[in-house]
Design a protein around this ligand. Sequence first.
Ligand code: NAD
Ligand code: GLY
Length: 366
Amino acid sequence: METITVNLAATPGERSYPIHIGNGILSQTGIILNLLPRKRVAIVTNTTVAPLYLEKLRSTLESQDVVSVPIILPDGEEHKNWQTLNLIFDALLTHRCERSTPIIALGGGVVGDLAGFAAATYLRGVPFMQFPTTLLAQVDSSVGGKTGINHVLGKNMIGAFYQPRVVVADSDTLDTLPERELRAGIAEIIKYGLIRDPNFMEWIERNMTGLLARDSEVLVEAIRRSCVNKAEIVEADERESGVRALLNLGHTFGHAIENAMGYGVWLHGEAVAAGTVLAAELSQRMGMIGKVDVERIRNIYRQAGLPVAAPSLGPEKYLHLMGLDKKVEGGKMRFILLNRIGEAVVRSDVPAAVLAETLLECTANA
Ligand code: NAD
Ligand code: GLY
């Protein structure tokens, strides 16, 4: 088992937490025992993950005399909303869960974001633990404390920063992950290479076959290196007032794609891949990254079997949807652009004409 610590230095020791990564660690409950105020937890999961891993987790907890309250949500990005959040609150209240009852999120990013927001707000905050079961959640969403839900007018618009007490990423759970979901997770791994870690980018290019074949050593290494990157960013800028915004590379375009196509139609990672190609094209038109590197970016997504062409919604629709993005400040759109592979920056000086040209030229026949 590998362990990485997210050091939240403002309050040393108090809010710092470990990320445990390894094969079969879902059955090692010793990992969380010392973090439980009492021997009772609530486990939030969904109808897909429950039949696969809920009993495994519950029985290992039971073997340590820990009682668990299962809360099984409908599956899907389209359920990441108030109604589903209320299902969690209903269950927590019905089972009289207390401030000392930690909430465990067992599932992908949707379950993690919903359960985390519930943990942040139920009784004004209860302990939260992440047991991510998708590649995307293991390399990104379970770390860093972003929690929340979608609104019909925009993705992830309502939420809270609320850090987990521990992250337990069992790479064995990825064995059952659908192929398309695996590829979507790879998009978030590539992101770290593009924004800050050119050596990791080269490693991903060399190891793409192993990643797609779910070679467990390759997966654990990819998760580890991703989590090291994510932890460093979160440590430097927990509440996204600076460098953390770089993690949103491709997301301004990507969220517009997800919203326009209907949540769940394009997977988040797919939208991020096509959105990152648009961001790279925009960067190139801004005189930043070179054409060869834009092509290298397209190629790595192709290697991963991810879409490189964003849907042609028309510039106006993109501009409208992107105007709803959380990164808009003072009415100005901010973009994460690439100087080169391994170096991203935030820019709010993109001329409207350059943006419109990119959207026109790179969405239809890209
Ligand atoms: P997801 O949670 O919808 O999971 C994808 C699918 O895989 C679902 O059908 C799920 O039930 C299923 N599944 C999960 N684990 C499985 C397993 N081991 N075997 C078989 N099936 C399994 O999607 P996701 O890609 O994990 O997460 C996407 C969400 O994460 C989006 O809502 C996105 O906004 C959010 N996100 C949040 C952050 C953050 O920092 N909080 C970062 C990135 C993405
Ligand atoms: N996934 C973006 C962030 O955690 O900031």
